[in-house]
Design a protein around this ligand. Structure first.
Ligand SMILES: [Zn+2]
Length: 274
């Protein structure tokens, strides 16, 4: 009887306590192992999705779809075409382009760099006075993909400050250098009632192409509502003589096809100013 009560009152509780401790350890160990096994996966998942969104931001095509009202490469399919000239004003090329446009009675759109306005205000004034539309092409021509939003805003606003004393308006159109813009910058532009205007016909004239190649690049791709990219200025050593020599023929051939040459705001039905 003594032995039985020893088992019941002393040994069994001890066994119960020991087994409870063991099972706690085991479950703890299981929990740790389990979470250790899961943790890398749990951490990896958000990390890898963050990494992919960092490394794969929306493409320009995706941004154009998402912000189709604000980010444009062409107008409606009407018999109108807009010629555009970037990187102006430049005393080597811009006055010759203006002469040709004037002699054909055609207006175009010029995307200006603020630092060039500061250098050549008289050419900039001439662009405006001869009835051409003005768009903002940044102050110093950086790739916007490498800029923060405040740096991007600074590029836009410095150009506006350079342009305003001469044209007395803030241009509604922004053409990003190289056509590149981030979604955050685009959102800022949308919130501040700008339009981002790229192109859908590229002359590739910045490569220093000859007259015939420039004509060929434009005419082979032209379509109703097209926005044509050309340059009216460039860096040291750039040669836009092909653009200048091609321009009279480009104008007459487009007109012969029935296209009316208009400014981008006319093509898009938007105002010049913001
Ligand atoms: Zn440019």
């Amino acid at each position: 009887m003594k032995r039985l009560s020893f088992y019941i009152f002393i040994l069994l509780p001890c066994i119960a306590i020991i087994s409870a401790l063991i099972s706690t350890d085991l479950s703890d160990a299981f929990y740790k192992n389990h979470t250790n096994a899961e943790q890398p996966a749990a951490i990896q998942k958000p990390d890898s999705s963050n990494a992919s969104s960092e490394h794969h931001p929306p493409t320009l095509g995706q941004l154009r779809k998402k912000y189709s009202h604000y980010f444009l490469t062409n107008g409606p399919r009407v018999n109108k075409v807009a010629l555009t000239f970037d990187d102006v004003p430049d005393p080597r090329f811009t006055p010759q382009i203006l002469d040709i446009l004037k002699s054909h009675g055609v207006t175009a759109t010029f995307f200006v760099n603020g630092h060039r306005i500061a250098k050549y205000p008289d050419i900039f004034r001439r662009i405006h006075e001869e009835g051409h539309a003005i768009g903002n092409h940044s102050y110093s021509h950086p790739n916007f993909n490498r800029l923060t939003v405040p740096e991007f805003v600074n590029e836009i606003q410095r150009t506006e400050q350079a342009a305003y004393p001469i044209i007395e308006y803030y241009p509604k159109m922004i053409r990003p250098p190289y056509g590149e813009i981030t979604e955050e910058q685009l959102k800022w532009a949308v919130d501040h009632s700008y339009r981002i205007v790229n192109w859908n016909v590229d002359s590739l004239d910045w490569k220093g192409l000859g007259k015939n190649e420039v004509i060929q690049n434009i005419m082979s791709d032209i379509r109703p509502g097209a926005i044509v990219l050309q340059h009216g200025g460039g860096g040291v050593g750039s040669d836009l003589s092909g653009t200048i020599q091609a321009l009279p023929e480009v104008i007459t051939r487009l007109q012969a096809l029935g296209y009316e040459l208009v400014t981008v705001p006319e093509l898009l039905g938007i105002s010049l100013e913001k």
